[in-house]
Design a protein around this ligand. Structure first.
Ligand SMILES: NC(=O)c1ccc[n+]([C@@H]2O[C@H](COP(=O)([O-])OP(=O)(O)OC[C@H]3O[C@@H](n4cnc5c(N)ncnc54)[C@H](OP(=O)(O)O)[C@@H]3O)[C@@H](O)[C@H]2O)c1
Length: 342
């Protein structure tokens, strides 16, 4: 049995889900994987918040007390770019593996962070950063490693699904966005989601895992211009409108597209609503593989984080021979840096 201590940065939606799941699954993980996961310290901003199921004695507002503790893995669930980036850099400098659900951080600083991890022989697990509970990073990196991927197509943004689903029920665009904000699906400023940039970030991360080629063409159109009339017309023809993100390998590079598309309501893509996501991966030998499930939410996202922690814990047992699981190295060909799975 190998003991692995975890420093948890952030105990909000996903962090609390992680604490709950790590506790609930601890014995099963011990029995099945031979690792005993223990959360040592937990970083938060506000010590007075009520956090059911969380041992208050583990909480602190002092970041270094958590990161510089004698832990093996740092789990970053604070979100944002600047502070989270500083925390992750510190953890890597300390020689700790990192798991994060932070797509925004990877989009802004991924190549630099993966480079730092690779140089130190450390891992950064990021399964939860794309499509929450759907193991699409692992599918591309491991499950389909034996095939050449030709294209990836997905509905990867729950906010847009929610807005489009409410518009199907009669709300106009502004009303549907407001409803999404009330339900906690959309941020106060929902532009990243509804203008397609969140979907573009996700499909770019998946493309970097699937294709050993640079993105040479990208076009991103969100759902701001989708009208009730378009949705009604689609509905009359047995279709729905969904924001679809695609990445395709073409001669000379990878093309990334995000745009609203009309889809047959009976199609698996047409039945995706609210926080559900779907990703279809086409391999040259395998044909199409479709993964669908909850792309967000505390427990599904926490489950993906926990899977990364388990995998890293197992890898640590195998060191120093094997290092850097989905450690990623930087390649700056064709201008923009990209992530490349090792
Ligand atoms: N929510 C989802 O469904 C989902 C899905 C996929 C990925 N993610 C990603 O998961 C990450 C966490 O999301 P979340 O929804 O759990 O966020 P959240 O509910 O806002 O939780 C953030 C946590 O971090 C703490 N925190 C933030 N800034 C801090 C700072 N400067 N110092 C110390 N503590 C700080 C907060 O402390 P307090 O509690 O004291 O305020 C809170 O506990 C994000 O990167 C997000 O993009 C979330």
């Amino acid at each position: 049995m190998r003991n692995v201590s975890i420093a948890l940065l952030g105990c909000g939606n996903v962090g609390r889900g992680f604490v709950e799941l790590a506790g609930r699954e601890r014995q099963r993980i011990r029995d099945r994987y031979g690792v005993d996961l223990e959360i040592g310290r937990i970083l938060v901003r506000d010590l007075t918040k009520i956090r059911p199921g969380v041992d208050r004695r583990l909480l602190t507002t002092r970041a270094l007390e958590v990161i510089d503790s004698d832990c093996d893995v740092v789990v970053e669930l604070v979100g944002g770019v600047h502070t989270a980036g500083a925390f992750v850099r510190r953890a890597l400098a300390n020689g700790q593996d990192v798991v994060t659900a932070n797509k925004a951080l990877l989009a802004a600083h991924g190549p630099e962070l993966f480079e730092a991890a690779t140089q130190r022989g450390l891992s950064i697990g990021f399964e939860a950063s794309v499509c929450g509970g759907i193991p699409v990073v692992r599918a591309l990196h491991r499950g389909l490693a034996g095939d050449s991927i030709e294209s990836i197509r997905g509905i990867v943004n729950g906010t847009c699904n929610f807005v489009l689903s409410r518009m199907e029920e009669g709300l106009d665009f502004e009303g549907a966005v407001h409803a999404a904000q009330e339900r906690g699906f959309a941020e106060a400023d929902p532009s990243m989601d509804i203008d397609g940039h969140d979907s573009a970030q996700k499909i770019r991360i998946l493309a970097s895992l699937a294709f050993d080629a640079p993105v040479t063409h990208e076009s991103v159109i969100g759902i701001r211009s989708v009208t009730r009339e378009q949705i009604e017309r689609a509905h009359a023809g047995g279709c729905v409108i969904r924001l679809v993100a695609e990445a395709e390998r073409l001669p000379g590079g990878v093309t990334v597209r995000v745009r609203p598309r009309e889809i047959d309501a009976a199609d698996i893509f047409g039945s995706v609503r609210d926080e559900y996501n779907v990703v279809a991966i086409r391999g040259r030998a395998t044909g199409e593989v479709v993964l669908t499930g909850k792309g967000a939410g505390a427990l599904p996202t926490a489950a993906a984080v926990l899977s990364d922690v388990i995998e890293i814990a197992q890898l640590r047992s195998a060191r120093p021979a094997e290092v850097g699981r989905v450690g990623v190295r930087t390649s700056s060909s064709a201008g923009a840096p990209r992530l490349v799975a090792r």
